[in-house]
Design a protein around this ligand. Structure first.
Ligand code: ATP
Length: 235
């Protein structure tokens, strides 16, 4: 479904991604784990068209999307839930969700997706008239995911959905990620919480200082001494 082929991404003359390659097959949950500053957010921003790779290519369904406008990429079926949620604080929950569908014209289908999102996140339904800025951190994360789903993506890019959430909520969010995946959406998840990420993923990549240093099935990486020491608390 998605093939990232040896991309180099720079901020000015700082190189944030160095020859990064990956593949995602339809239906999978693939995770990228890595420490602060490893390049995880940069990778998602490059796939979703917010950054342009200097070298290398990104193929989605066999066609190059590298450097295309972000709107075009959303239209083609890739939605990005950015780190820190970026919801519109002065708009209601409902208005934020509407914005997620702004490139679509299929009114009836949009209505169906509203229902789906509210079914997935009953809390958002309860709070639909509330200003998004007054939601709790966990509710804002739900809204950010819900808004991305309103674009009806085939591939969902999730940037550290567990950040800043209490352990119980982290579990809830990951359960919902699995539910979204089992209803047919392919997922690329970047996380510092390697434990949780590996527990839901089919396959995983480890990124260090802008380079992929390890990849394999989630089981393989869970069992790897290198991953245990660096990312799973050494147990
Ligand atoms: P975190 O988990 O802390 O979000 P990350 O793995 O997502 O980290 P990135 O945000 O992709 O890391 O950053 C990768 C590297 O690029 C870091 O060294 C960072 O300082 C640098 N970087 C990120 N954004 C910019 C920017 N706008 N200008 C310059 N350098 C940047």
């Amino acid at each position: 479904m998605l093939k990232v082929d040896s991309i180099d991404v720079f901020y000015g003359n700082i190189q944030a991604l160095k020859g990064v390659s990956l593949e995602i097959n339809e239906g999978e949950i693939v995770t990228f784990i890595g420490a602060n500053g490893a390049g995880k957010s940069t990778l998602l921003k490059t796939i979703s068209g917010l950054l342009k790779p200097k070298n290398g290519d990104i193929l989605y369904e066999g066609q190059s999307i590298a450097g295309k406008a972000a709107q075009m990429i959303v239209k083609q079926g890739i939605s990005h839930v950015p780190e820190g949620r970026r919801i519109f604080a002065n708009m209601t929950v409902e208005e934020n969700l509407e914005l997620g569908a702004f490139l679509r014209k299929d009114k009836n289908e949009i209505q169906k997706d509203f229902e789906k999102v509210y079914h997935l996140f009953p809390r958002l339904h309860e709070r639909r008239k509330q200003l998004a800025g007054t939601l709790s951190g966990g509710e804002q994360q739900m809204l950010a995911i819900g808004r991305a789903l309103m674009a009806r993506p085939r591939l969902l890019l999730l940037d550290e959905p567990s950040m800043g959430l209490a352990p119980l909520l982290v579990k809830t969010i990951f359960r919902i990620i699995e539910e979204i995946n089992s209803s047919g959406t392919t997922i690329l998840l970047v996380e510092q919480n390697a434990n949780m990420a590996l527990s839901v993923a089919d396959r995983a990549y480890v990124i260090e200082s802008g380079r992929v240093v390890l990849s394999g099935s989630a089981e393989e990486l869970n069992a790897s001494e290198q991953v245990k020491m660096a990312y799973l608390g050494g147990h």
